[in-house]
Design a protein around this ligand. Structure first.
Ligand code: B4P
Length: 189
């Protein structure tokens, strides 16, 4: 299956993506994780991405798209993939469609994680990653609302959007994610 996860920072996309990718036997690709790893290793991509990560802005589209295009070409993506945190802008979504079109593929499920601002700030406060400081989180949430949230409509128009409530324990959310996957597979509404 080919899936994208959409949701604000801290919604639990990464947590659920690991579980779902394993259950479906597909490749999990988190652009956030790849960018953080590149920063730590100090390679050229990481050096370019660092300033954006640290102040909560989106890394430029061309850098992220290149990263995804390279990754998609790897053999392990032939069995399906789950993009976690990508696309995050309309140009990224359009470029992804173009790349997939060349492969004769398309996104079959776009899962939007719905969660309140209060719950998010509480979760991120507990996590304490370097981009989880109060001002950075506020910036990331604003960027989400202006650039990424509109993608839900993009996928809704393509008939592949499903929304789940991302509150409750991890197991509760996992059950909702799985139900959405089953509906998408059977074509139910
Ligand atoms: P990401 O790595 O995608 O990180 P995220 O949005 O913060 O996290 P996620 O929603 O995956 O939450 P998680 O499961 O960790 O992005 C980081 C940065 O990278 C961006 O700000 C941007 O700069 C850059 N970037 C990434 N992709 C990009 C792109 N495509 N274009 C441009 N820039 C890009 O969960 C959060 C916390 O909640 C955890 O501590 C977890 O333990 C906890 N949690 C999870 N589920 C829970 C539950 N049900 N109940 C309670 N707590 C829960």
């Amino acid at each position: 299956m080919r899936i994208v996860f959409i949701g604000p920072p801290g919604a639990g996309k990464g947590t659920q993506a690991v579980l779902l990718a394993e259950r479906l036997g597909v490749t999990h690709l988190s652009t956030g994780e790849v960018l953080r790893a590149a920063r730590t290793s100090g390679d050229p991509l990481g050096r370019q991405a660092a300033e954006y990560l640290d102040d909560g802005r989106l890394v430029p589209d061309e850098l992220v798209v290149k990263l995804v295009a390279d990754r998609l070409a790897a053999e392990d993506c032939e069995k399906g993939y789950l993009f976690d945190g990508f696309p995050r802008t309309l140009p990224q979504a359009q470029e992804l469609d173009r790349l997939l079109g060349e492969r004769g593929e398309r996104i079959e499920l776009a899962l939007e994680f719905v969660i309140s601002f209060e719950e998010l700030t509480a979760r991120l406060g507990k996590r304490g990653r370097s981009d989880d400081g109060e001002d950075t989180v506020r910036r990331r949430l604003e960027v989400y609302a202006s650039h990424t949230r509109p993608l839900a409509e993009y996928y809704n128009q393509r008939g592949v959007l499903r929304r789940i409530q991302a509150v409750g324990g991890v197991d509760d959310v996992t059950r909702r994610v799985w139900r959405a996957v089953q509906h998408a597979r059977s074509g139910d509404s």
